[in-house]
Ligand binder design. Structure first.
Ligand code: SF4
Length: 216
């Protein structure tokens, strides 16, 4: 392959993101059945996906909501863009990279109500422990001094232009865009996520009882 064609291939690869990949065609009958429902999406930024598991802890109760709700995106597929405007967007994780900022801004622009789910989204959580040290020290510890660095290989800090730039600090979501509600906990109970969604879907003011509001 000539240098020219290598460059063309690389440039094409660089421009494709997961949300740009062709979508699997959705069955027309299914699409029609979702018309008029409240659109909901969820995305994971920097966290451990424990909050996504709490989302699943709503268990069969979510089935009762599916008459009124359709889920466009979930962190299980991790596609970073939502195809249509949503009424409710749930966000797990804090903001630790330029790509996180772009994704969160996209959610803010495309969701009427945006909700921080879990300690990482609400105040930075575990990932924000790195805020106590300069970023350069954290990267050196992770890539140069790490006991898991492969022996015999010259260690480097990755800096390929295709990699997203890491932000100097980890930020809670509300320091980047306006967030409408906060569900604390690490992770929050599935009961808490269900209660907030159920209130919103049924037009009630959001009321999270202390009994299911966790701060650990
Ligand atoms: S809040 Fe806890 S469970 Fe949720 S993503 Fe962060 S570390 Fe994981």
């Amino acid at each position: 392959m000539s240098n020219h064609s290598v460059k063309q291939v690389n440039s094409a690869v660089n421009e494709i993101y997961s949300h740009d990949l062709p979508r699997t065609p959705v069955d027309a009958e299914f699409l029609a059945s979702q018309e008029g429902k409240i659109k909901v999406s969820m995305i994971a930024l920097v966290g451990c996906w424990g909050c996504t598991l709490s989302f699943l802890d709503m268990d069969e109760r979510i089935l009762n909501l599916l008459d009124k709700v359709t889920i466009l995106r979930s962190s299980l597929t991790d596609v970073k863009r939502i195809p249509d405007r949503c009424v409710v967007g749930f966000v797990e994780g804090g903001v630790a990279s330029e790509e996180n900022i772009e994704t969160l801004e996209h959610y803010r622009e495309n969701c009427d109500i945006l909700i921080s789910v879990g300690a990482c989204a609400v105040w930075g959580g575990v990932p924000s422990m790195r805020n106590l040290l300069p970023l350069s020290e954290c990267l050196e510890e992770a890539y140069i001094n790490s006991p898991t660095a492969v022996s015999g290989v010259i260690p480097i800090i990755p800096n390929h232009p295709d990699l997203t730039k890491v932000t100097t600090k980890v930020y809670p979501c509300h320091e980047v865009v306006k967030m409408d509600y906060f569900i604390p906990g690490c992770p929050p109970d599935g009961d808490a996520i269900f209660k907030v969604l159920d209130d919103l879907v049924n037009g009630r003011p959001v009321d999270l009882p202390t009994s299911i509001n966790r701060y650990d």
